[in-house]
Design a protein around this ligand. Structure first.
Ligand code: SF4
Length: 583
């Protein structure tokens, strides 16, 4: 991965692709590369949909290698949803394929002067960019069928659905999985709208003739990879719970903890949770001939994904993730798993973020647009989004806009981005992450649910304000580093609990690149990434006053524990005080 492919969509005479050496971005991958490049090259005050913004698509440092579970792809830009810097992360085959083609990143720049839509095709021989107006407004599944007909089934695709073309602030960038279905999404922050603004419908990747990326020291690399895989296998979460039940194993756990945001964040437990739990979901998938254990890309050891069939045994969607099941389920009072699976399919097909969409629908339900628990009304609303009707445009702009349009006070967003599936009153550590992350409310930025609820990597009382600031800070720094490697974040469970598994990860990076990093070096990389992101946000006009949860979390006690969010503003301000970056 020694070159960057820059595609200037606004070049005179039509889009132009140029492969350039990585240069000053050498040694960076994934989120480290997307955030550094956006920080250096995008004016922080630009409009996110303007020609000044850039969409950076980067495999991680180990992506495209034999390292297990390392196929993640980072998508970065200035976010049209939050106005902050953004990195959204996806599994699927796109990362591995782009890495094997030798690109450290693909950068979409500028904007066409006409309203033409484009297809980009990349293989070992180079890059072809063609006008593809026949693909306009195609949903993701139909689009990928067309790509299969045109290019065969040895490809990987990175695409947008109609919502990306309509430049909705909740639009995603879809990545195809091992079955060449558009099921994996860089979901958060409206990155799909930026790809839509560049007028690129699909990037088709064909790595035929390209081998796996080779380590500098193959012997040491293979040894470390083996130890790392053993570590993932022996941890109860990465070796048992996630493979058996997927991420939705969390529904019963979080509901039991009283931290399951229900009816638009007004209760902490959902009476219908058992009907939409991971256990029920896996049982249904197996009974209908789907798959409860499945990898979203080749080489994943954990295999937390799955395949969901309808009542007649036909493919409906991939296994809906915990966040999706919650957003469209408990958050909207819906306990019909088939309806939730249909909503997941519609979101993937139109190309919208399942979290943002579920929370926007919940806010609309609070406004009385439909009743909580009305699954058909939720499906109808998401179909409006796909059509781009006036109601659909409001919902597709996200939960904050929906709340403003319909006069709702309880709108769970930070920096304009919807809160995920853990109520910050009952998991105070994740509340610190929501408030202070450089990305807006994002559970993956510093998953304090680990020590707060799962008792992984420590034990911090979830209902207390004590220790949450330090917990969130350390996790946010470590996560930024993991996001640079291309490793799936779920490795963190094993890495946090098992020092030898963490060491194996460091050994793998060192053997691949011929480095001598230690644990402090990994944390220094994480700090450097966050520093770059905070600097961008500051120059975009964000201050400490934006690092806050909505006031209702401090004013409305959440049952069953009757707790409010108690972490002080001083603690929130201390998460990333200057001294952190000096050390
Ligand atoms: S653990 Fe799950 S999300 Fe992560 S790479 Fe594997 S299948 Fe994909």
């Amino acid at each position: 991965m020694d070159k960057i492919l820059r595609i200037n969509m606004g070049a005179d005479g039509g889009p132009q692709a140029t492969a350039v050496p990585v240069g000053e971005y050498a040694g960076l991958g994934g989120r480290a590369l997307t955030s550094t490049l956006v920080g250096k090259e995008v004016p922080p005050t630009c409009h996110a949909l303007s020609d000044e913004n850039k969409l950076v698509i980067a495999p991680g440092l180990l992506t495209g290698t034999a390292a297990t579970t390392s196929g993640r792809l980072s998508v970065g830009c200035k976010s049209p949803l939050t106005g902050t810097i953004k990195e959204a992360n996806a599994g699927g085959q796109g990362g591995q394929t782009l890495g094997r083609l030798g690109y450290a990143a693909l950068v979409l720049e500028g904007k066409p002067a006409t309203d033409d839509l484009y297809k980009v095709f990349i293989n070992k021989d180079g890059v072809t960019i063609t006008v593809a107006n026949d693909l306009k407004m195609l949903p993701n599944y139909d689009l990928i069928e067309r790509m299969k007909q045109a290019h065969g089934d040895k490809i990987a695709c990175i695409s947008i659905g109609p919502c990306g073309e309509m430049k909705m602030a909740s639009a995603t960038v879809a990545v195809t999985d091992m079955e060449l279905r558009p099921t994996r999404h860089a979901g958060r922050g409206g990155v799909g709208a930026v790809m839509g603004a560049k007028q690129v419908k699909v990037i088709v990747l064909d790595d035929t003739g390209m081998g796996m990326r080779r380590p500098k020291d193959p012997e040491k690399f293979n040894e470390a990879n083996k130890k790392f895989a053993e570590g993932l296998k022996k941890h109860p979460i990465t070796g048992e719970a996630l493979p058996a039940y997927g991420t939705n194993v969390l529904t019963n756990i979080i509901n039991e903890a009283g931290a399951y945001p229900t009816y638009n964040f007004s209760h902490g437990r959902f009476e219908g949770a058992h009907l939409i739990s991971g256990e029920t979901e896996a049982e249904t998938e197996t009974a209908r001939g789907g798959q409860a254990t499945h990898g979203c890309h080749r080489g994943c050891m954990i295999r937390c994904s799955g395949i969901y069939h309808d009542k007649d045994g036909h493919f409906l969607t991939k296994q809906p993730e915990y966040e999706t099941v919650w957003a469209h389920g408990g958050n909207c009072g819906i306990s019909d798993m088939d309806a939730i699976a249909m909503l997941d399919f519609l979101d993937d097909n139109y190309g919208v973020d399942t979290i943002e969409m579920g929370v926007a629908v919940g806010v609309a339900m609070e406004a009385g647009i439909a009743k909580f628990g009305d699954a058909q009304a939720a499906i109808d609303m998401v179909k409006e989004v796909g059509k781009g009707s006036h109601l659909g445009r409001i919902l597709g702009a996200g939960a904050e806009v929906t709340g403003k349009a319909f006069g709702v006070e309880r709108v769970p967003v930070v920096k304009g981005q919807a809160l995920p599936a853990y109520d910050p009153r009952a998991v105070q550590g994740i509340g610190v992450t929501y408030a202070t992350s450089t990305m807006g409310a994002d559970h993956t930025a510093g998953y304090a649910v680990t020590a707060n609820i799962l008792k992984v990597g420590g034990d911090v009382d979830p209902l207390s304000n004590q220790g949450q600031m330090e917990l969130s800070r350390n996790l946010q720094i470590a996560t930024a580093a993991v996001d640079a490697t291309g490793m799936c974040l779920f490795i963190a469970f094993a890495v946090l609990d098992q020092p030898e598994t963490f060491q194996a990860l460091i050994d793998m990076i060192n053997a691949f690149y011929g480095l001598s990093l230690d644990a402090d070096g990994v944390m220094a990389l994480g700090k450097q990434i966050i520093k770059v992101e905070k600097d961008f946000n500051t120059r975009a006009g964000f201050t400490k006053a934006h690092d806050r949860l909505p006031r209702f979390f401090q004013r409305e006690p959440l049952g069953p524990h009757n707790v409010t969010f108690k972490v002080s503003d001083e603690d929130l301000d201390a998460v990333f005080m200057e001294e952190i970056f000096a050390s």
